[in-house]
Design a protein around this ligand. Sequence first.
Ligand SMILES: [Zn+2]
Length: 347
Amino acid sequence: MFEAIISLCLSLHPESCRDQLIPGYEAPSQSQCAASLAGRPPDISLPTGVFANGAPECQAVGQALEFTEIAPGVFAHLGRIAEPSSENAGDAANLGFIIGAERVAVIDTGSARWMGEAIWRAVRQHTNRPVTDVILTHMHPDHVLGASVFTEAGARVHGHAGLDRALADRRSNYLESFERLIGSQAFIGTKVARVTHPVTTETVIDLGGRRLVLRPWSLAHSPTDLTVLDEVNGTLFAGDLVFDRHVPTLDGSVRGWLRVLDELSLIAASHVVPGHGGPVLDWPQGAENTRRYLETLARDTRAAIVRGERLGEAVLHIAQDEAAQWQLFESYNPRNATVAFTELEWE
Ligand SMILES: [Zn+2]
């Protein structure tokens, strides 16, 4: 198979380039791909700071991201249990796609444009049906920064009603920090997509014989959490409302998250894809470790506040009982304790 690409280079470092996929020109031969490029020239809008090194051209299809079919038509990618880095190029969150009889939906898109492209290729290995819907489970950059390849191919973008604003407020911060973390070459072409379909209440997407139920949540892991339930075989994509192995990260409310877990556990799913770890766990048991961690975090934080401890001393011991249960504990637990302390001292 062949695909269309355009070579993009950094204006400040012209020797640093990346081939960016132009979706929708896949063909079995190079000449067929080139003919469709000539007949239907792509409309390419470049992000600032890059230039095109030559015209679009066709070459053999690049690397796809690895996905496992966890239920018929439901695919999940296991991100590394790691912080986004140059070593993993930002491949550090779980992603998914679901194939219906007529259309395909992608759930979360990774940390950079290259990841969206690698998801696109994985979808194309399984189906030629159009990718009409991208669903973003929340605002964190490891889940949303690969979306632009799908919007260029005509997909709608669904997210929590607060997502577009949250991304607009954090756009430059997210882009700068992730470019630094994963490296500017791997990050070439990355843009923040707009949310075209804000989800304010439970919403159904029909992929053709297959309904996905999107549900937005109040402040929990983040202010913009949204879950996706595939009704056909009961797969729940929980985003970062559920963690496995990777310590939970709190960017919202510990009380809110525990309340949301209560409601979430009532959803009649058979299994869950967490935002990190897994990538597939039984439901509702798959949320038990996340709940236990959050309960410990809240309990220890309240006890520290009652004892009159200062934040600086409290973060040294809050939730330490959980240290052996999780990876990346030292990286995130102090931040979680800080968020919880700030929230609970005003209870
Ligand atoms: Zn997150």
